[in-house]
Ligand binder design. Sequence first.
Ligand code: NAP
Length: 311
Amino acid sequence: MSKQYDVIILGAGPGGLSAGIYAGRNRLSTLIIEMGQDGGQIALTADIENYPGQMVEGESGISLVARMAKQAENFGVERVQDAVDKVELEGEIKRLHGKKDTYEGKTVIIATGAFPKPIGCKGEASVLGKGLSFCATCDGAFFTGLPVYVVGGGDSAVEEAIFLTKFARKVTIIHRRDELRAAKAIQEKAFANDKIDFLWDSVVDELGGDDVLSFMKVKNVKTGEITEIQADPKDGMFGVFGFIGFSPRTSLFEDMLTLENGYIVTDENMHTNIEGVYAIGDVRKKKLRQVVTAAADGAIAAMEANEYLSK
Ligand code: NAP
């Protein structure tokens, strides 16, 4: 521990990086702590087509976020990779204890995001990374020429199913209802894609296989009927991608911040119940979780921190 920052931002997704850009541009000494790869969930997204101004052919979450990170660094924002496992948020100086170091700041912006929900079926843990994945961008190419199943019916599931058709022989979306939740424009693309099929009113009951994922039991929620899907012996396996939503990463803050269904409650200016502590992006209780709303949250929080510091 050597330096006391004006602003410490926890998480380098679009929200955290936008907060960094605004804080750095206001000449606040700013540190962004990220425990893994930059970008959060957006780094798992193959195609970005609804971030305003994004018309670059083939823009991925990773490429967009890399430019955001560079932009923050250009404003003097410091960055460190560390896993914070304890926080002290009360008082004028906040302390974040990581595996490598302890970080001190006058304000903290929490941008820890959310992580994919497990499918919740039997055998799930045994096939993780052996056919079961939660990231099409990371793992899609492993399934080149194989059949792939996507679980979920929201924007993520349908967008990633479309992306997976670049690699897979066929993609089947398994959805628990007979109607998708995804935005209509995304649905239209999926319905027009002849490599995509649908298994409606269905949930995955079990995943399994000896070394790799080679069988799956799917239950029809209306009839209760269970169908077993076996890998074609010529393939030896198939892929399953889970996209059934996300859980907020808030376990660090459970005893100190007001949470609702696990999400941090803030006012419209990103203030939490502790002075000088803000929450932004997908970790915050709100309705629309998008890159553009995370970025907006980040800008607001940084400006609020600036005002708080100048008092
Ligand atoms: P989501 O919108 O919460 O959708 C989750 C889907 O999984 C729903 O279709 C849901 O079914 C299904 N599901 C939930 N629990 C399930 C379970 N236990 N078993 C089987 N199915 C289950 O999650 P998301 O698609 O990841 O999107 C999260 C947020 O990010 C949303 O706000 C979304 O708009 C946003 N997003 C936006 C874009 C974009 O604009 N390009 C891309 C990706 C994500 P039901 O429909 O029956 O509830």
